[in-house]
Design a protein around this ligand. Structure first.
Ligand code: ARG
Length: 481
């Protein structure tokens, strides 16, 4: 117990309560593979540099691999230690004896934990990108299947203008496409390796940081040891990206929750994704969408938690940093489960074209198109806007919706209204006649569809560029010593 103690630090005894209080092992057990992979790269570098003899490195590697294999078989019991790094070292020592004492040469837990976390966040980011790619493809296939269905759009949660289902899907997709870029940035922030920064000032031993960095799939070593051990920028960037993505998902979910309510009635949840009520037999609840919306709060909390931990820390390593663990380890699985379940749920959302059409006709969503039709005839926009406003008012007084307005009625308000302008009352014309880039017209939407597919492709490429932990482990297990 407590192998990181010397006579200078008060001997080997640590109050059990103090060990329990200060241990992060319960959480960072999840970093076992990262820790072992990092140690394998470190010991290979030490051997190459002649800092530890090859036989020692060989036996350290064998020991680390046996620990990892046992963990995979589910039979590993780690010793009670302060963290995963000490637990692995203590276990290694129990297995191979004296050679284990050379593993921690030219290394500190301060650079080790940063390395483990970088590996972990990188792996998680690749997984997020894979799920994002799939979800973008799901949105595009929904666009292809039912993209032309007409429904109202909303501003201030009041019916605004007619759009298509494809346009609504693409609007959420556009946010996800930006998230792909953001996670690409997170990967850039993760391109350097902390290993070899030591406790704070590097080491006097002749290590080669570029070598271990390359073994771990990084571009090179970090620039400044003092900065390296005390920063978690990569973690904050990752948590910000995760929060923003979760926030986007929560907004998509908010729409679905509304659309599947009886009040909107635009869509029905498939039985496979609808939850029931324990008391009300009629319920078909959108629980999964509410859960995703709820979890987005946790993602945001995790970002704030890490940022608050970092604020005001003096240079170099501070134990406060151990409090990064909860936020960094919890967010990835949560985010990935949300992405995965949405990928399953979106195709199981059945839109009701008839109900959506009724919502378009029962209202005044075509008013802007009518005004623009008058503008096309040469009228000043403000004049057209006033004329259509008066027509809407007239309809309201007559108790009819705009779709029921007649040319005769319109002409009493302004002589410029004619059969041609009144065609703007048809929701399909409203959509077809949009002429601007980024609009809901079929041509504009085609470009958006292409952009979403490009983003899906980029997400996949970025994910594929990350060397997975399993691949690293398999390589480092075999690489020549
Ligand atoms: N337990 C710490 C963590 O996991 C690493 C140890 C840092 N160094 C130290 N001297 N306590 O973040």
């Amino acid at each position: 117990m407590a192998i990181a103690k010397t006579e200078a630090s008060g001997g080997h005894q640590l109050l059990p309560e103090v060990l329990a209080f200060s241990s992060s092992l319960a959480l960072d057990k999840a970093l076992l593979l990262e820790d072992i992979v990092g140690s394998l790269a470190h010991v290979l570098m030490l051997a190459k540099q002649g800092i530890v003899p090859k036989e020692v490195a060989h036996s350290i590697r064998e020991g680390l691999v046996s620990i990892c294999e046992e963990a995979r078989a589910g039979s590993l019991k780690l010793p009670e230690e302060e963290d995963i790094h000490m637990a692995v070292e203590a276990e290694l020592s129990a297995r191979i004896g004296a050679p284990a004492a050379r593993l921690h040469t030219a290394r500190s837990r301060n650079d080790q934990v940063s390395t483990d976390l970088r590996l972990h966040v990188r792996e998680s980011t690749a997984e997020v990108l894979r799920h994002l790619s799939t979800l973008l493809e799901v949105l595009v296939s929904r666009m292809d299947a039912q993209g032309t269905l007409l429904l109202p759009s909303y501003t201030h949660r009041q019916r605004a203008q007619p759009v298509t289902l494809g346009f609504w899907l693409a609007s959420h997709g556009a946010a996800l496409a930006r998230d792909v870029e953001l996670f690409g940035f997170v990967l850039k922030q993760l391109r350097l390796c902390s290993l070899g920064a030591g406790a704070i000032a590097g080491t006097s031993l002749p290590i080669e940081r570029a070598f271990s960095a390359a073994l771990l799939g990084f571009e090179g070593p970090t620039h400044n040891a003092m900065d390296t051990v005390g920063e978690r920028d990569f973690g904050m960037d990752y948590l910000y990206a995760a929060s923003r993505l979760m926030l986007h998902l929560s907004r998509l979910c908010a729409d679905v929750i509304d659309y599947t309510s009886l009040e909107f009635g635009f869509a029905v949840l498939d039985g496979e994704i609808a939850c029931g009520s324990s008391m009300m037999p009629q319920k078909r609840n959108p629980d999964i969408f509410e859960l995703i919306r709820g979890k987005s709060g946790r993602a945001l909390g995790n970002l704030l938690s890490l940022m608050s931990t970092m604020k005001g820390l003096p240079a170099g390593y501070n134990r406060d940093l151990q409090e990064d663990r909860q936020a960094l380890l919890e967010t990835g699985p949560m985010l990935n489960s949300c992405l995965q379940v949405l990928g399953l749920a979106m195709p199981r959302l059945h839109f009701d074209a008839g109900r959506c059409k009724v919502a378009l006709e029962d209202g005044y969503t075509q008013a802007t198109d009518l005004a623009e039709a008058l503008v096309k005839k040469g009228m000043a926009f403000r004049e057209a806007y006033q004329a259509v406003g008066s027509l809407v008012r007239r309809c309201q007084e007559a108790g009819i919706f705009l779709s029921k307005a007649t040319v005769e009625m319109a002409k009493t308000i302004h002589p410029a209204f004619d059969e041609e302008t009144m065609k703007g009352l048809l929701p399909e014309n409203s959509v077809m006649h949009k002429a601007s880039l980024g609009s809901c017209s079929p041509e504009a939407l085609w470009l958006q569809r292409q952009m979403l597919l490009d983003a899906a492709g980029l997400a996949q490429t970025l994910a594929d560029e990350v060397v997975g932990l399993d691949v690293l482990y398999a390589k480092l297990k075999e690489v020549d010593l």
